[in-house]
Write a protein of this length. Sequence first.
Length: 87
Amino acid sequence: MGSKVIPVRLSHEVLETIDVLIRLGVFKSRSEAIKTLVMIGINNLDDATEIFKACEKLFELEKKLGDIPVKLEGGFKDLIEMRERLN
């Protein structure tokens, strides 16, 4: 797969951070830094997408069965309680 050059606007603060990473030797260039950081962000988004898909399946089971088939704790429990308050 080839790559394409695209124009992008970044804040002064973001460029300063990238330049620091280059000076520290983490990256060789702004281009390499931005490319790598974008891929890290996409990979993290992929993980979140899988979590959201799993949540949707639980919500579908809840509609079908009247309850979700697992007992939840922590943040996910809070998410479901918040969803119930909004519905």
